[in-house]
Design a protein around this ligand. Structure first.
Ligand code: HDE
Length: 697
């Protein structure tokens, strides 16, 4: 940054001539002096250096060349997976000391807040792909602890598609755009994906999750997170406990409906980013509780699945959650590239007291992430970037390399040495030691027999969902397989579904118009019936609340300002916000003659962007809305997406045009009666009126 002393007197900054011959006022007043990257003051940032006004540009124009060179190299390779992401800063604070479980420093003292950086992401799409693609979401947390960085690099789904790292490149090649045609972008709904997964029985459980509502979350703030693999916590006495990590959002876990997701992608492809940004900027800081399912090796040996198999979960009814602490995200990034893009997560970044298991997928990941950072960030010194730098001291004899920024003084870059007694040394007491797990066996490429049951937990998941959630799974399979051109792929996948649940298979086959066409497949281990796990359903544990939600009111000139104010008050009391949508963003005039600004113009804010809506035009205003497709769609979609809809008497013709009966159900609330607003808020707290769904889809 330019030093204050370099700032010239504004009067000395000349005016220069822009392209169109118009005069640009040069920066003056408090503006800093523009310089090149070498700190050389720039006199003209509009014109390249030429011979004569119409002559050739000179090679010696170092200002132009530096500016263009920097621009040419602005992009770095996007992540090969999880390219589309959004991050925020915050802190983690344990509820109490967890010394019994682990010696990890950040889990010892409830008074200590550990800074964190979190990056949420989709997996398949490129950096510029839309937020509401049907996809798994990454949920990666970097804890800057007093003993170095700990990265918990998880997803919003507790299981994964494959059991062995060997298959990851195949999985990703299958889901990414097909290599000859370069499409589809950010979509699993195509032949190569379904061809691959229908040939991989181990993917079946994860496919049910990926086709469930979990893959189209309402908000990053309303997503669960999972470490997926089994990890090992080790306490100061060297006693180990196996764990699975869980993040639970304070606002509850919610999703949108597929038709909404499709429309949100068009209306605001940055929906999730904007939602997190807006919430944090407004001081409405999202929170998650971190918990573990803790169990011993002996207990693990009793489970009817292998805890090293990442396609399996442990039902909470079998091992309940032990809460560890709270994470709060309270600061947006200052620079997206420097922080969100350059952050480098790695599951191998663990601190003393947290260790790996032999999960073969995890073991592969321990290699992959450092390797990918070398190609993406271009240097082994990526750990020196501010976002990646440990907050605890980093001192060792590693030196040099591309773009090393720390200045390491002194003569000594080796250990042991006798010339500098102050050099960093290892410590058996304080250093990271590995749990001495006994390992023995023949060297071989093999999948354990204990990984062979691919259907029981898939069936458990499906049977643990509520009816609407099951309907959505069927709808998603039908949509995705419907996009597959190769008949054999559809038949094979139907065959796979039949091994999970015959009814599920029949519903999907019906929806595809392919009854009885499932390929007959023989499972290695047939599905067993397991007791349902209600904790796997989002809606069974959904809080009845509109906290953190966005409501909207559609108004026109002549709208009732008292109603707008009352709605805002009621929403605020519940922790929600209200957006005013009017025909024009410039605003409208209320019934009382007040000029009011709008938050959005109607054509820029379809109702898919909101959680519940109020339709409140004036009698004169509704006439114009009846002739506006966006207004009719606004109401039709809100109803079709099962949202609470409140309306004034003047709005009734618009409801009729949208095919919505007055007081059609508990979620369609007339504001005629005094308690209308309260009824609307109560309906909105249900998130969606599921009973309406069979009527609209
Ligand atoms: Fe990743 N994964 N992954 N992954 N992963 C990456 O690392 C990889 C897996 C996850 O916001 C890459 O820096 C392999 C499971 C998240 O920056 C790469 C295997 C889970 C993120 C990579 C897996 C994840 C990544 C791409 C199978 C959930 C985004 C860029 C052996 C538990 C982190 C990068 C962020 C990113 C490799 C499987 C989560 C290429 C080889 C399972 C959240 O290194």
């Amino acid at each position: 940054m330019a030093k204050k002393s370099q700032k010239p007197d504004s009067a000395s900054i000349p005016q220069t001539t822009g392209n169109a011959g118009e005069t640009h006022q040069r920066a003056g007043g408090s503006a800093e002096l523009l310089t090149t990257d070498q700190g050389i003051p720039v006199a003209d940032n509009q014109n390249s250096l030429k011979i004569g006004a119409r002559g050739p540009v000179l090679l010696e124009d170092f200002v132009l060349r530096e500016k263009i060179t920097n621009f040419d190299h602005e992009r770095i390779p996007e992540r090969v997976v999880h390219a589309r992401g959004f991050g925020a800063h915050g802190y983690f604070q344990p509820h109490k000391s967890h010394a019994k479980l682990t010696r990890a420093a950040f889990l010892q003292d409830p008074g200590v807040k550990t800074p964190v950086f979190v990056r949420f992401s989709t997996v398949a799409g490129s950096e510029g792909s839309p937020d509401l693609a049907r996809d798994v979401r990454g949920f990666a947390v970097k804890f800057y602890t007093s003993e170095g960085n700990y990265d918990l690099v998880g997803n919003n789904i507790p299981v994964f598609f494959i059991q062995d790292a060997m298959k990851f490149p195949d999985l990703i090649h299958a889901v990414k755009p097909e290599p000859d045609r370069g499409f589809p972008q950010a979509a699993s709904a195509h032949d190569t994906f379904w061809d691959f997964v229908s040939l991989m029985p181990e993917s079946t459980h994860m496919l049910l999750w990926a086709m469930s509502d979990r893959a189209i979350p309402r908000s990053f703030r309303m997503m669960e997170g999972f470490g997926v693999h089994t990890f090992r916590l080790v306490n100061a006495k060297g006693v180990a406990t196996l764990v699975k990590f869980h993040w639970r959002p304070k606002l509850g876990t919610f999703s949108v409906i597929w038709d909404e997701a499709v429309k949100i992608n068009g209306a605001d492809s940055d929906f999730h980013r904007r939602d997190l940004w807006d919430a944090i900027q407004a001081g409405d800081f999202p929170e998650w509780e971190l918990s573990v399912q803790a169990f011993s090796e002996e207990e693990a040996a009793e489970f009817d699945f292998d805890v090293l198999d990442p396609t399996k979960l442990i039902p909470e009814e079998v091992v309940p959650l032990t809460p560890l602490g709270t994470m709060v995200l309270n600061r947006t990034v200052d620079n997206f590239f420097a922080e969100t893009e350059q952050v480098a997560f790695c599951p191998a970044n663990v601190v003393p007291g947290i260790e790996f298991s032999n999960d073969p997928l995890l073991q592969g990941r321990l290699f992959s992430y450092l390797d990918t950072q070398l190609s993406r960030l271009g240097s082994p010194n990526f750990h020196e970037l501010p976002i990646n730098r440990a907050h605890s001291p980093v001192q060792n004899q590693q030196r040099d390399g591309h773009m090393r920024t720390t200045l390491q003084p002194g003569r000594i870059a080796y250990e042991p040495n006798s010339l500098d007694p102050s050099q960093a040394r290892e410590s058996v007491e304080r250093g990271f030691t590995s749990f001495p797990a006994a390992e023995a066996g023949d060297k071989m490429r093999i999948r354990p027999e204990s990984f062979a049951d691919h259907y029981s937990q898939a069936r458990l998941f499906y049977n643990s969902l509520t009816e609407p959630e099951q309907r959505h799974v069927v709808g998603a399979f039908a949509f995705e397989l419907g996009k597959c051109e190769v008949l054999a792929v559809r038949k094979r996948m139907l065959g796979r579904l039949a091994l999970v649940d015959q009814e599920l298979c029949d519903h999907v086959a019906d929806a595809l118009g392919m009854p009885g066409q499932a390929e007959k497949l023989k499972p290695a281990v047939p599905a067993r019936d397991l007791p349902p796990s209600p904790a796997l359903s989002q809606y069974l544990k959904a809080p009845q609340s509109i906290e953190g939600r966005k409501l909207a009111i559609l108004v026109t000139d002549g709208a009732d300002e008292k109603l707008i104010a009352a709605l805002k008050r009621a929403a605020k009391a519940e922790g929600a916000v209200v957006m005013v949508v009017a025909p024009k963003v410039g605003g409208f005039t209320t019934a009382g003659g007040e000029e009011m600004p709008a938050d959005f113009a109607l054509n820029a804010a379809p109702s898919v962007l909101f959680d519940a809506v109020v339709v409140a035009p004036s009698e004169a205003g509704v006439e114009a809305l009846l002739k506006t497709a966006a207004a009719v769609d606004w109401v039709r979609d809100a109803f079709g997406h099962l949202k609470a809809v409140a309306y004034t008497t003047a709005a009734e013709p618009l409801l009729a045009a949208a095919g919505v009966q007055p007081e059609a159900d508990e979620g369609v609330v007339s504001l005629k009666s005094r308690d209308g607003l309260a009824k609307f808020i109560t309906a909105a707290k249900r998130h969606r009126l599921w009973d309406r769904e069979p009527q609209v889809r």
